[in-house]
Design a protein. Structure first.
Length: 112
């Protein structure tokens, strides 16, 4: 029995919207794909302002959030793959985020 691989051209991301519970990506082929924000814990924990600061990478093959150190590929979205980040890695990120936030608040208090 032989099998043949089906080659599929992955569409490009054109626009991104992140709500309190959903990541929605508009694709170059006219589709929009929405996935639960819970699939991406860093986005789930982000502020609305951080969620809005994204950029397309790889000519639209992926989306990057600099503030969150988060990258999501269109191919992964289409395949239904949630974040593969380990709990240990996410825990480390949360700790670093918390300490950064504490330092920022302390600087603001001193300046104000």
């Amino acid at each position: 029995m032989s099998t043949s691989a089906v080659e599929m051209e992955v569409p490009f991301a054109e626009d991104v919207a992140v709500s309190d519970d959903t990541l929605c990506v508009d694709l170059s082929d006219g589709r929009s794909i929405s996935v639960p924000l819970a699939w991406y814990p860093r986005l789930l924990r982000a502020t609305p302002a951080e969620r809005k600061r994204w950029r397309l990478i790889g000519r639209g093959l992926g989306i990057h959030w600099e503030d969150l150190d988060e990258d999501i590929s269109v191919e992964g979205l289409l395949a239904g793959k949630p974040s593969g980040e380990s709990q240990a890695s996410f825990g480390k990120w949360l700790t670093q985020r918390s300490s950064r936030s504490t330092r920022t608040r302390a600087k603001s208090a001193r300046a104000g």
